[in-house]
Structures are given as C-alpha cells and as structure tokens.
Design a protein around this ligand. Structure first.
Ligand SMILES: O=C(O)CCC(=O)C(=O)O
Length: 1140
C-alpha cells in the first residue's frame, strides 16, 4: 500500500532523459498549428503542475474533457520553441522566452502523463533560468512529482522542499508533504518522513496522493522501517479499530493494514520477543490470521502470499509445502519481487535443492543487484559447496550493499581470503557430499558467471528486459494524447463543477482573468465565470495561491487566436507579469493607465511600477534574508501602522519586506587562482605572554581566519587543564553520563567500508555510559595497545627464532584485516556550574573573545542555554576516534582545547566551499547536515577545495572560524573540551542567518533561534558598527512587522491571543511539525493543553490545520517590542575607542 507500490515509473537509471526529443517520433513536425478558443487559451495559461490531480487523478486521460487543451498547448509551445532555436541553440536574448516555454511545456507534459518529456523540459527550464524557476509556484512541485515518479528520491526531496519554502500554506502543501514523507522514508531518513506524514495529516486539505488513513498506515510503516516494531503494531491496531477514518468498502486499505499486522507479528517472533515455543506458535498463528484476512480482502497481492510463505517457512519441514505454494503464488502475481525470490532460495537450500536455490538467488540479485541478503545467502550456498571463490565474490557484494551484520560477513571474508591464500588448491575444490547435498548428488553447482544462464533466471531476465524496453518505448512516445491529431479540430467543453469544491489555484486565477475581462467574454467563458463565482461564494478560496508565469506564452498564443478574443488577450498580456521580486502582478495594463497620475505615467514601464499586487492573508514565506522595502530608520510605530494595513486597508498596504524570495543556495566558491596551493598552511599563533593572549590583534586575526591553531595560551594564562583529565573527572564525577559512539578504527588517511574500499560514509552506533566506565575503557585500550605493540615486536623476532604455529599466525592476520571497533566518549555535558565549578572557573581565564560567557559573544545574550553551544562539552578519546565533517550549528565559530596527553589531527575547509562539499556528500550518498561523513582530502583538493590539516597537541587551542567545515581524529589518548562562540561581526551574523534559512529548506532545526537572538542583542548591546547595526535593525523590522501581521490575522479570524510573558531562562520554541523557530507568537491547541502536552505550532503549520483549534500565546507584547526597537540605536564612537 506504499504509494510507490502502485507507481509504475522505472528508475532513472533505465532512461536517458537526454534522448527524449520534444517531438515524439510519430508526430509530423509540419502539422498546422491548432487554434484555441478563448476558454482554452485562458485555461491553458492557468494550468500548471498544480492541476496534476485533475488530469492524472482518476480519469483516463484519453477521456478527459479538457484533453484538447493539452494537445493544442503542446503543439503550440513546441512550435514556439522551434522558432526560438537557432541551429539547435537559443540566443541570449531569447533565453527568458525559452525558459518560459520550457516551463509551460513541463507542466503540460506532466498533466498529460508524459513524465520523461516533462522531466526533460523542466530540466531545460531550470538550466535556462534557475533564478526564475522558483517564482512559478508549480515549477518545483511539478519537478518533484516527476522525480518521484522515476524514484529519484533525493532530487524529489530537494524539489518539494524548495516548493514548500514559498508555498507552505498553499493547497499543494499537503500534497508536497505527503510525497516528502514517502521520499524521506525511501532514503531512510525516518524522523523526517514521520514529520512530513504528520504535517500532511494535520492539513485541513487532505492530500489526494495519500488519504488520511493511508497517511496513518504510512506512519506505521515508517515506524516499522525505523525498527520500532511495537510502535508500528500499536499504530496499525489503532488504525484497524478506528473505523471512523475509513469505510469498510476501502477493502484494499484494510487488506494493507492486515498485511502489515501479519508481517509485524511474524517479525515479533524473530525479534526474540517470544521466549517460549508456545509464545512463538501463538505469534505465528496471529500473523497467519492477519495475512489470511488480508488475502481474503485482496487476493491479488503478491506481498501477502510472500509474507504467508515466510510464516510457513518458519515452520519447516512441516509446512514447507505451504511455504512453496505461497511463494509460487507470490511470484505469479508479481514476479519482480526480489525478496520473494530470495526467500524461495532460502527454502530450497533448506530443502536440499541447491540448483533450485541457486536459480532463485540469481533471480533475486538480477532483479535487485543491491539485495544484500540474497548475496549473503548465495555466498552461503556456494560456501557449503566448497566453491570458495564464488562465495567470496557474493559475500563482498553483500557487504558492499550494506548487510545487517557487516562484522560477521567481513570476518567470513577474511577467513576465506586467508584460507585461499594458504591453500590455493581450494579454488579448484570439487564438490563433496555434504549435509546439503543429497547423497549421490555430486554435480558441481554452476559457477557464478554461468549461473545467470540457468533456465529460470534466463527466462525471468528476458521478460524483465522486455518489460523495461517497452517502458522505455512508452516514455519515448509520451502521452497517448500526442497521437490524437483529431484533437486539433475539436473544441473543449469546459467541465462545470456543481458541488462546493474549493477553488484550486488554477481556477482562482481563471476567475481573476475572467473578472477583469468580464465585458468581453464569450458565452462559454461567461458560464465558466458564473460557475466559479458560485463556488467561490460557497466555499471561498485557499491561501497562498499564486499566478503562474505565462506572459510570454500568452503573447505567443495571441498570434493564433480566434479573432474575437484578440482584444481581450492584449489586455491580459501584462496580467500574468511578475515584478522584480517575484510577486504576481494582477491589475490589467489599461486599468493602471487610467488610474495613474501624470508622474506615474512618466515612470519607466517596469512591472511593479505599473501595476498593483495582490496580497495573500500573510506573506508566502517569512525569510530573514528577504530584501527590505523600507528604510532602517523607520520607527516601531510606523512599522506597526504599515503592517496593520494588510488587514485594515489592504489597498494601501505595501510590503515592508519582500514576501516571496528565492530559496537560499550555498555560496559561490571563489575563483581558483592558477597555481594556488590548495593544501593550505594553517596559521599557528604562539602566545608568549599574558598580553599576547589578550591582544586585540589575536582577537581580530581569529575573527577573520577560517581556522587558527593557538599554542601556549593555556600556559601563559596559567590555566590548569588537568581539571579536565580523565583522572580528575573520575575522582569528581564518576557517574556522570557519557554518550558513546561505537566506531570502526580506520587507516589514518582513509575512510573505508567493510571491504576496505574508500567511502565518505561513516558508521557509528549510539549508546550511553558513565565517566567511570569510559575511563576504564580508555585505560584498557591503552594497555591493550601496549601489549599489541610488544606482540608485534615478538612476532618480528619470531622470524629469526621460534616459529609461530600456522594457526596463530593466521589468527593474527585475520584480526589485523578486520575493522576494529573503538568507542568515542562524546558530548559529555559540563554545563552544571555547581558540579563543574572548578573547571568552568578555569576556562574563564581565557581572553573574552574565546570565553563561554562574554559580552562580545552573541550566544551569551540568548538568555538561555543551548547545550554544547553556550555550555562546555567534553570529548574522551582513544586513538582513531573521529568527529565526522560538519560546520557548527548555524555556522557559529567554536573553540576547542586538547587536554592531552595524546594528539588530535584536524582538517578544515573555509566557509565559501561548503556548498561544494554539500554537493559531493549527495553524490556520495550521504547528507551534509544529517549524515556522518569523512571527506577524502585528495578528492577535495582535486575539486579545487582548499584544505587545512594540522596536529593539535596537548594545551593547543583550535579556533574554528565562522562557517568552517571541519573534521577531527585523535591520534593518541586524549580529552578535548569545546564550545561555541558568536563573534559580533557582520560576516558571522550573515552566515548564521543564511544557515537559518538554508536549514528551513533542508528540514533541519536551527539550534540558534536567530529572531530571538536579534531582539536580545537589540535589548542588551550597544552596537558601534554600522553594518552590524543595519543588519540587526533589518531583522527587527521584518520580525516586528511579521508579528503584527500575525496578530492582526489571528484577531480577524477570532483566534484568541493571550499575553503570556516569557519566563526567565525559558528556551526558545520550535514548531512541532516543521521545526522552524517560533518567535513570540506560539500557536497552541487548547485540547493538548488539557492533556498536559504543550506542542507549539508556527503560524503557517497552524494555518494549514483547523485554525479554530488554536489559540495564540504572545510572549512579548508590542509595547515592549516597540520600546526595544525604538531604543535600539547606533552608537557612534571616536576612532580611538575600542569597537565591539
Ligand atoms: O574534539 C573533537 O573531536 C570535537 C571537534 C569539534 O568538532 C569541535 O570542537 O568543533
């Protein structure tokens, strides 16, 4: 029931989008350009990907009442594109036109179900005008749908998130959220998947993509995939009992729930939750019961049969036959399920039918070459037949594709490898009658290379290839509509909807157009207008709708219009304009011309100047990066008054900041200078006196450097670093909690997987222990290392003396070739100022710019703690512990001191290059923000990324500059202490804000609540730097204006706004759905309060739900905000005075 199960898209690996020509091969290029009626023209202009469901929903596209529009639109746009092409290329002057045509074509192809052409045209549009792409509210949405169709989940995630950045309250938000849930689940980012499913569930507009019960089932499936079987089981049972959410007729849904319950019960047996054999039997019986019920409801599901097969397979030999029957039935229903083939293989192997087992495993890995379990089982089959070389190949494949127990497999690999090294004759070993071979059956299994030509896999492969080929051909052909040339000569009869269904964005736009040109409409359009108006009256419309960009297509279409619509269309040609900031312009040209004063008429005809703008109830998006449209000298009262007009005098309202902005993108890295050495020398500053330590030069140098190693500071300031040693901590707080990361010890210059192949991904398991236990581990590890060293020496001498036994030697080789597990004691919280008084007092000896608490440190003004940022954390290490690559939260700077006794090795890359690393992380299958990765230094340098690399000795302090990407490994036994600092510089603040916005698009929580921070700075700090002052002032204007608009909006909707002042030390709030900072105005649910839970929603997430469920808690009233705002001034100082 996973929506992707129903989806018939093939993976992008099977299709070359570049080879998709715009003109399908069967379509004559000289065809006459079709004519559009007025209705068709307007409808075409308002169609975007947002209409996807109307076209691709339930109706067969051939029978769709508006199929002519798609056909005609496709032909007209294609012709236009041909005209823009000069020798296969587009001239610079025509780029914008071509962008718009491609974009529209993308929408039209998508609506017609021509996914490959839609992808190709969207990608062309993106290449031609990435800076405009986001302005069309359907562009990223459409692109996301297409990527999802081709199962390109990472790209789909990016597209949908970008769509949501400006459309988080639009009708498409629930559609995007539901799809994001599916994508995040597919890439195994389960918490993100859950958040998006919940977001879609919370929306009052239920997505078509997944109904509410389907969303709930997906939530259960996500818990299951995340490993929480019990939670999944509970959710499924609740869903089954919750009859109010679905009708019994939705049998397929019930079948899916029963199937999942059966599968969960089956795995509860496996998960060792059944202690006794009775419990085991009972659980299996429950599983079978659910699966039979599922089969009764939906007899055609291959999966149900497969799961039943698994249940019976557990009860072999008694139920082996039933297992086979169900597997067979599963294959009959869907033969491309690699899991089923794998299980069939296991069963045949158990039943001592090795040839059949082999064929089944080969089918599994043919269908899914990354099926780790199938490779493992196949390896096992070969091994039991003494075919070690093939077994080895299979195990290596299994480990490459991420098996559940890589250690066991890598141990197996090294055993076989060593055996083969010792006795090469094993390679040619003949099969023997063993426990798995029937006596007398001495035939050798076909080798891996030959196994594919066995009858079953060969036939399956042939059918699969045929299937892929026919799919590819269908993608090349595109929509069936393109073949229906007769559509050029028929007219569309507009479908009139007579229920009170909410107007979708396209219909709303149509309504606007028809209203403007009411007097010039033909009869058909008048009827449509009446219908739309009637529906608008009944239901109203949704927030956040937007006009598509189609000015150019309209002006093109004009040339081929029916004569009677010509005049009307001329007036439309500016209706669909967007202004410089991407806002829609809706007032027709002629009206503006009449209204305009003399002065206005003389102005150059720029979109935003000659027309007015419609305003949604609240801004499309609230970005701290939005350009201001007002002077920073404005007073608080003026901000309030201007903002209030949005509700009280909408015609007079003008934006204080741009309300629709491009989603943020990473910085462009500086040009690489020829001959530039990218292995950069790290600045090392040696402190020789207390004065040096406190010098302004040191402070300024650090603030302007990506990374600095400061030596001698602790000594000069007479700091006693032994307070942070394991010995002292063991004496003072042995039971203090330590987070432990179990890692693999890597070769110093590499990061490898279990096969020893280079990778960027790092694995670690999280756990918890105490200082006492970690201290024991550290000491133990040290002793063991000493012993190993002496063993090595002994082994060396053995060469000349007593020979080791072969067995012992082999064992040692085996040990050495395995990746060893090591433990890293990380993020030890030293925030308790009573428990760690001595330690924290010691750190206060540092110069202010490095201190945990200082007036010049942004984080000291927050008024609350953020663990590990404005509090100290300790790291306890053994050699080889790695802190994977990252930038600090919100790109803040940080300080790290090595306590010793061993060293650490550091790597750093300046801020400007993080986008390059981010991109590379995606290519490497990991995630810059959410993944754990260890970069390959050589690769970075080849990519033109400069790298700092240096050793931090005991006592050395590393200053990690704002936004510096860094990764660290210990080369000895040592402890480190670290915390963040926020220099009050323009560049630090800009980076923090940029990251804050970037995090929104990445669904990543910003630990630094930037809005709150800016108000605190305004309240507490006397700024003397005009650039910094203007930046902060701008933030206050946006924030104040937004708060005012929210409160006005809430009051207009009769939502209760209650003043509830912030408590001392109260932490900042984040939206429980989208995780953005919720500043000042907390949307809470009364019913939750009654239950004692206190979820906080942001205005946008609340608005998507049922607004009447919420009330608002205002934490700082406007009198106080205004006072802070007005009192916040730039403090001019004479040049001789020190600047903050
Ligand atoms: O010492 C460590 O491994 C942590 C390094 C780090 O990331 C930091 O201090 O910013």
């Amino acid at each position: 029931m996973d929506p992707m199960e129903e989806d018939d898209g093939i993976s992008l690996n099977h299709i070359n989008v570049g080879e998709i020509n715009l003109t399908p091969t069967f379509m004559p290029n000289h065809e006459v350009i079709p004519r559009l009626t007025l209705y068709e023209r307007v409808r075409l202009d308002t169609l975007t990907s947002i209409n996807f469901l109307e076209f691709q929903g339930n109706i067969n596209i051939i029978a769709h009442p508006e199929r002519q529009i798609l056909f005609k639109g496709f032909r007209i746009l294609e012709k236009r594109l041909n005209r823009l092409m000069v020798h296969g290329d587009i001239e610079e002057k025509d780029k914008l036109d071509a962008f718009l045509v491609y974009l529209k074509l993308g929408h039209i192809c998508l609506l017609a179900g021509d996914y490959a052409r839609a992808l190709s045209t969207y990608q062309h549009a993106l290449r031609l005008g990435e800076e405009h792409f986001w302005k069309d509210s359907g562009a990223y949405f459409g692109l996301g749908i297409v990527y999802l169709h081709f199962k390109a989940y990472g790209s789909a995630i990016e597209a949908f998130n970008r769509h949501l950045y400006n459309n988080s309250t639009s009708m498409t938000a629930s559609e995007a959220n539901a799809r994001l849930g599916v994508c995040y689940k597919a890439v195994k980012l389960f918490p993100d998947a859950l958040r998006h499913f919940h977001s879609a569930l919370n929306d009052r507009v239920a997505p078509h993509f997944l109904s509410h019960p389907q969303l709930k089932l997906n939530i259960a499936l996500t818990h299951d995939s995340a490993g929480d079987i019990d939670k999944a089981y509970r959710e499924c049972n609740d869903l089954l009992e919750d009859t109010s959410t679905h009708t019994p007729n939705e049998t397929w849904l019930m079948a899916a729930i029963q199937r999942e319950l059966g599968w969960l019960c089956y795995r509860k047996v496996d998960a060792d939750q059944c202690q006794t054999s009775d419990e085991r039997r009972a659980k299996l019986a429950e599983a079978e019961q659910h699966l039979h019920e599922s089969k009764r409801l939906s007899p055609d599901s291959g999966k149900t049969h497969y799961y039943l097969g698994r249940c019976y397979g557990e009860q072999t030999p008694a139920k082996a036959h039933d297992a086979f029957l169900n597997y067979r039935a599963s294959i009959d229903k869907s033969e491309s399920d690699s899991d089923t083939w794998c299980s069939i293989g296991v069963l045949y192997h158990q039943q001592n039918q090795p040839m059949d087992a082999l064929q089944a495993f080969i089918c599994a890995v043919d269908l899914d070459p990354e099926h780790s379990a199938a490779w493992t089982n196949l390896g096992n089959l070969y091994e039991t037949h003494y075919m070690f070389a093939d077994a080895l190949t299979c195990y290596k494949k299994a480990i490459k594709y991420n098996p559940s127990s890589p250690e066991t497999l890598s141990a197996r690999i090294s055993v076989i490898q060593n055996e083969l090294q010792q006795s090469p004759a094993l390679l040619n070993q003949q099969p023997r009658t063993g426990p798995y071979l029937q006596s007398g059956c001495s035939a050798r299994l076909p080798a891996l290379k030959e196994a594919g030509s066995q009858p079953i896999p060969a036939e399956l492969r042939q059918r699969q290839e045929e299937f892929i080929r026919s799919k590819q051909q269908r993608y090349r052909d595109g929509s069936v509509l393109w073949r229906m040339g007769e559509l050029a000569n028929t007219r569309t009869d507009p479908p009139l909807i007579h229920d009170n269904r909410m107007l979708n964005p396209s219909e709303l736009n149509m309504l606007r157009i028809f209203k403007y040109a009411e007097s010039k409409l033909d009869l058909t359009c008048q009827r449509v207008l009446e219908n739309l108006e009637a529906r608008l009256k009944q239901y109203g419309c949704t927030e956040g709708v937007d006009l598509p960009i189609c000015k150019y297509t309209i002006s093109e279409l004009k040339n081929h219009s029916d004569v009677e619509s010509e005049t009307v269309l001329q007036n439309f040609s500016t209706i669909f304009d967007i202004d410089d900031d991407g806002n829609p312009v809706v007032k027709p040209k002629e009206e503006v011309a009449e209204d305009a004063s003399e002065e206005e008429k003389e102005r150059p005809p720029r979109g935003s100047d000659r027309a007015t703008v419609t305003h949604t109830e609240l801004p499309h998006s609230f970005s701290l990066l939005a350009p201001l449209k007002i002077s920073v000298d404005v007073t608080a009262e003026e901000v309030m008054e201007k903002s209030n007009k949005r509700v009280t005098k909408p015609n007079e309202f003008t934006e204080l900041f741009v309300e629709k902005v491009a989603p943020p993108s990473p910085p462009t890295p500086p040009e690489h200078k020829p001959g530039e050495i990218l292995q950069r020398p790290t600045p090392i500053i040696t402190i020789e006196s207390r004065k040096d330590a406190h010098s302004i030069e040191l402070h300024k140098f650090c603030e302007s450097s990506p990374i600095v190693l400061i030596r001698g500071l602790a000594t000069q300031l007479k700091m006693d670093l032994s307070l942070f040693s394991t010995k002292t901590l063991l004496e003072t707080c042995p039971d203090h909690e330590v987070e432990v990361r179990t890692q693999y010890k890597m070769p110093p210059d590499l990061n490898v997987n279990h096969l020893g192949l280079p990778t960027w991904s790092c694995d670690s398991q999280q756990g918890f222990t105490t200082i006492r236990k970690y201290a024991e581990y550290q000491a133990e590890n040290f002793k063991r290392s000493l012993k190993e060293e002496s063993d090595k020496i002994r082994c060396q001498s053995a060469k000349y003396g007593v020979a080791e036994t072969a067995l012992k030697r082999r064992k040692m080789m085996e040990e050495n070739s395995k990746l060893k597990e090591i433990k890293f004691g990380t993020n030890v919280d030293l925030s308790d100022d009573v428990k760690f008084k001595a330690q924290l007092t010691e750190l206060a000896k540092m110069p202010p710019f490095c201190r945990v608490i200082a007036g010049c440190n942004l984080l000291s003004h927050l008024g609350h703690t953020i663990l590990g940022m404005n509090t100290v954390q300790l790291y306890m290490k053994v050699p080889g512990n790695r802190t994977p690559g990252h930038t600090e939260n919100n790109c803040l700077a940080s300080v790290n001191i090595n306590i010793g006794p061993g060293d650490c090795e550091w790597f750093g890359v300046p801020y400007e290059y993080w986008g390059v690393i981010d991109k590379k992380c995606r290519e490497e299958g990991t995630d810059f923000l959410k993944g754990a990765w260890w970069p390959n230094q050589e690769e970075l340098i080849q990519m033109g990324v400069p790298v700092y690399r240096f050793t931090q000795k005991p006592g050395d302090l590393v200053w990690v500059g704002a936004g510096c990407v860094h990764w660290v490994q210990s080369t000895g036994w040592c402890n480190n202490v670290a915390w963040n600092v926020g220099p009050m510089t323009f560049s630090q603040m800009m980076m923090a804000v940029h990251q804050y916005e970037w995090n929104k698009v990445q669904n990543y929580k910003s630990l630094v609540p930037m809005q709150h921070l800016f108000w605190q700075i305004a309240k507490n700090v006397r700024l003397t730097n005009s650039k910094v002052y203007n930046l902060v002032r701008g933030m206050l204007i946006r924030s104040l204006s937004y708060c005012k608009m929210i409160v006005d909006w809430a009051e207009r909707h009769n939502i209760h706004v209650k003043y509830q002042p912030r408590m001392h030390d109260e932490h900042s709030h984040y939206c429980c759905l989208c995780q953005v900072e919720v500043f000042n105005l907390l949307f809470v649910k009364e019913e939750e309060k009654a239950k004692g839970t206190y979820g906080v929603w942001c205005v946008d997430c609340a608005r998507r739900g049922n607004i009447m469920d919420y009330s608002v808690l205002q934490q700082i009233n406007f009198v106080d905000l205004n006072e802070i705002f007005n009192k916040f001034q730039l403090h001019m100082i004479s040049k001789t005075t020190l600047v903050v």
